[in-house]
Design a protein around this ligand. Structure first.
Ligand SMILES: [Zn+2]
Length: 276
């Protein structure tokens, strides 16, 4: 029997990503604050559709906006790890990275009663230590790499990439990688960002983006008997009205097409049982 799984994932960053980039003027911070409104809308939509999703919540958001995070837990969604301060691991020393990892896990344990089993790195940029640290701290899956699309795979450590030499794969670990893609992330499609160095134009048609996202599911149905497709969204981005309408349309089309919706923790467990 073919089985095609969809994971809806929400990175509930609120202001953390702005602060991590030093963007702390009132208007920039307010863009992150809008995520509190977006989250309410997403929770209502998921409830109306009877769906459970995975929320990657930084410790910053848990401690700054406890009621909004408690609402996510009350609705039965999975809470997974997304750092404390939203600083990408690739920019941290191993000691800094581990301290942030532990601090965020403490915030999650206080919120949900247990440590997170899943991790997604801020800005999708792992350090050379990340996989080791995740294994040492009891994580079962990561969702930060792009080496596949529909099939989870085992995260590796110790890959060797040196200029002028062939690439060498490191050893596979027990950590399950739930792969992601910028093309299936709302941020680059929609968010307008202007800095001194660059402009990210964003602001695309929400319905056009959702058509592409649905096509990705349709192709998965053609390409594999069993697979997992992960969409990544941010409440402050997807929470605008016209994007919420488009998301609702996507969910309806996915349900009509036979998608099996799961939390990432559930999908990782199924992948583990089925594939490895
Ligand atoms: Zn994030």
């Amino acid at each position: 029997m073919p089985r095609h799984i969809v994971c809806l994932t929400f990175d509930f960053d609120t202001q953390s990503g702005f602060i991590a980039r030093g963007m702390t003027t009132p208007t920039l911070l307010s863009r992150g604050e809008f995520g509190l409104i977006g989250a309410q809308r997403i929770l209502a939509l998921l409830k109306a559709r009877g769906l459970h999703a995975t929320w990657f919540i930084p410790g910053f958001t848990i401690e700054s906006h406890p009621a909004a995070c408690a609402a996510v837990v009350e609705e039965g969604h999975e809470v997974a790890h997304h750092s404390w301060a939203h600083v990408p691991p690739a920019q941290q020393s191993r000691v800094e990275e581990e301290a942030d990892l532990v601090r965020a896990n403490e915030a999650i344990a206080k919120l949900t009663g247990r440590n997170a089993l899943g991790y997604r790195s801020p800005s999708w940029d792992l350090s050379e230590s990340t996989i080791d640290l995740l294994l040492a701290h009891g994580f079962r899956y990561d969702s930060s790499l792009m080496g596949a699309d529909y099939w989870p795979y085992r995260a590796r450590r110790g890959d060797v990439a040196e200029l002028g030499k062939p690439f060498r794969f490191g050893e596979q670990t027990a950590l399950i990688e739930m792969p992601i893609s910028w093309s299936l992330d709302d941020y680059p499609h929609f968010e307008f960002v202007r800095t001194a160095a660059a402009i990210l134009p964003g602001l695309q048609s929400a319905r056009t983006v959702m058509e592409s996202w649905l096509d990705e599911f349709r192709y998965m149905q053609q390409a594999v008997e069993w697979g997992v497709l992960t969409y990544t969204m941010h409440p402050y981005v997807i929470g605008r009205g016209y994007r919420m309408l488009a998301l609702e349309g996507l969910i309806e089309n996915l349900q009509d097409a036979g998608a099996v919706f799961m939390t990432m923790e559930e999908a990782a467990a199924e992948a583990q049982a089925r594939m490895f």
